[in-house]
Design a binder for this molecule. Sequence first.
Ligand SMILES: [Zn+2]
Length: 304
Amino acid sequence: MSAQRTLKRPTSCAGIGLHSGRKVTLSLKPAAAGSGIRFRRSDLGGLEVPAAVNHVGAINYATGLMRDAVRVDTVEHLLAALVSLGIDNVIVELNSPEVPIMDGSAAPFIYLIHEAGVKSLPAPRRYLKIVRPIAISRGDKRIALYPSDHFKVTYSISYDHPLLRHQSRTLRITEETFVEEVAPARTFTFLKDVEMLRQNGLALGGSLENAIVLGETGVLNNALRFEDEFVRHKILDAVGDLALVGYPVIGHLVAHRAGHALHTEFVAKILEETHAWRLVEAPFEAPVLPLATPVKTVVPRLAT
Ligand SMILES: [Zn+2]
């Protein structure tokens, strides 16, 4: 049995919102078994919104949650870090409507969670195990989940840009692979889009400190963290958006040219397709041995 987990102690950090440009303090606080991941706005008297797909709000180049008057934007990188480190229950407290972007990746959140420490709770964790394929497509954008014994992600992207015409990667997501291979990958944007984003009140906190910016032929930042940092970041986004299912998923997620809108639409579809999954308490069910089959034992003959 895998036990649910929370943090050992509270921790916090400060930063700015990528889209709002506003300063924000983020605190992560331990929470009881079964309470899930909840965002709390301290500047709104402690009103909360759970990290669940039925509370998805605005999708503007980032995933937002909304319940009544409570809004929390750009939740995906933090959610990816929390679920990948097996944090089932936590209160995420913010004093502003947007999660800080930090360096544009999930690595600072990994550091924060490690600093707080992780604690097991006396309750079993339930997983959503995919038993039949689920898929949606919108034009050339596709996303699907297939049965698998592990949580794996295959992501592919293609853009009309010399640096990322086509990138594709498959990763089995474990705590270790997420920390090493996915978490450090930063968000990216195109220089030609920056002006349009700003005119729409987005990316106001964006800079080369928190995003890879692609010019006509290369990146404006000094260096990439991985040769295929872009597709790795898309895996990060997908893992974070998939957290809105509310359970860790056991299955193979395959996405092509998707984004937050399609990811979250897909999460809602998963929860509707109840025949395509089961809730299980252990990630791997023990193989059932057919009792009627006699076990043949081969006794090695000793040389005489
Ligand atoms: Zn992202």
